[in-house]
Design a protein. Structure first.
Length: 63
């Protein structure tokens, strides 16, 4: 049981880091001076985390 909780926490942390990096990269490419203050920053992170969760569910269903 604890292993599942640790795996879920690790997955959420990795998804958050990927979302943060991707949001920062996309906004930097858009020539935004301060990406972390842009209004689209957090929605991009949320979308990446949702996509990561869906992908994890799809992989679990295939295995």
């Amino acid at each position: 049981m604890i292993e599942k909780v640790m795996n879920s926490g690790l997955f959420a942390g990795i998804a958050a880091l990927l979302g943060f990096g991707l949001a920062f990269f996309i906004l930097k490419l858009s020539k935004v001076e301060t990406p972390h203050e842009h209004k689209a920053f957090y929605p991009i992170i949320v979308v990446v985390m949702i996509l990561a969760y869906v992908l994890r569910s799809a992989v679990k269903a295939m295995v």
